[in-house]
Design a binder for this molecule. Structure first.
Ligand code: DGL
Length: 277
């Protein structure tokens, strides 16, 4: 088990990981809220998509990636993937112990939902892994009996977005056919429970035409990261120099690099890091 690094150096990076480049939406939101923090991002593109992998595989990938992020001297680990947050958060937390705080993308969103008194019936869309785990339903119900939760697996959406395939006639038709589901017919709010989905927020908004409140999960998670760093006195000191981020992927293709421009607001360079073989 990793030991707590007693020499607290707040300039250490924040480690963030996802199955691919979708988690860059969370990295981008963190970068906006905390522009002085250095980020180390790992996208496990060799194992993408996580949504239809077994829980054991996801736990194994998440552990190895966390190990890598600790070796990069990260002061915090953010699991920027709903599937890995659903299936591997407890495993990662147990492994990391007291070494660094571990943040998942589900708990901050659950807190955000239960604090909003206007929400009576919330919809959840995500990968098969996230929806099958039933984690949003369980956590929201455990925290507040007054909110109804209806979940729907939308497995075509993450690969479609990862390919840069959205905001067109076909993507709109796929999104509408999912949102037309009777399961979601009574909701007043919807959680986009996959870190790829901020990219289709506009299309979801167009579908609902203001009748359903869309929950911006990346922004909620970024605020939670800021609050946690402040609480633990781990925030980086403001400097004039821009921090030097690193973006690693386990399998590099030009199409991944090309797609990053949709997920992160400034141009980024992907570095290949294959520790699987
Ligand atoms: N971005 C991941 C999530 O939030 C899902 C994509 C995948 O299936 O790998 O669930």
């Amino acid at each position: 088990m990793p030991q707590k690094n007693n020499k607290q150096d707040n300039s250490r990076p924040i480690g963030i990981f996802d199955s691919g480049i979708g988690g860059l939406t969370v990295a981008n939101a963190i970068n906006k809220v905390l522009p002085h923090e250095t980020l180390v991002y790992f996208g496990d593109t060799a194992h993408l998509p996580y949504g239809d992998k077994s829980p054991d595989s996801i736990k194994y990938y998440a552990l190895r990636i966390s190990q890598f992020l600790l070796k990069q001297n990260c002061k915090m680990i953010v699991i920027a993937c709903n599937t890995a947050s659903s299936l591997a958060y407890e495993t990662v937390k147990e492994f990391v112990g007291k070494a660094v705080p571990v943040i998942n993308v589900i708990d901050p969103v659950v807190q955000h939902v239960i604090r909003n008194k206007k929400i009576k019936h919330v919809g959840v869309i995500g990968t098969k892994g996230t929806i099958k785990s039933d984690i949003y339903h369980k956590k929201i119900k455990a925290a507040s009996g007054r909110i109804e939760v209806s979940s729907l697996a939308t497995p075509l959406l993450a690969p479609m977005i990862e390919e840069g395939f959205f905001d067109n006639k076909i993507s709109r038709s796929i999104i509408s056919s999912y949102l037309d589901s009777r399961k979601l017919s009574k909701i007043d709010s919807i959680i986009l429970a996959c870190t790829h989905y901020p990219l289709i927020r506009k299309e979801v908004e167009e579908y609902y035409k203001g009748s359903v409140n869309i929950i911006d999960t990346a922004g909620v998670v970024a605020d939670h990261v800021r609050e946690t760093l402040e609480k633990l006195k781990l925030s980086a000191v403001k400097k004039n120099k821009k921090p030097l981020h690193h973006f690693y992927v386990s399998d590099f293709t030009p199409s991944f690099e090309q797609s990053t421009k949709y997920f992160f607001s400034s141009k980024i360079h992907l570095e290949k890091m294959d520790f699987w073989s």
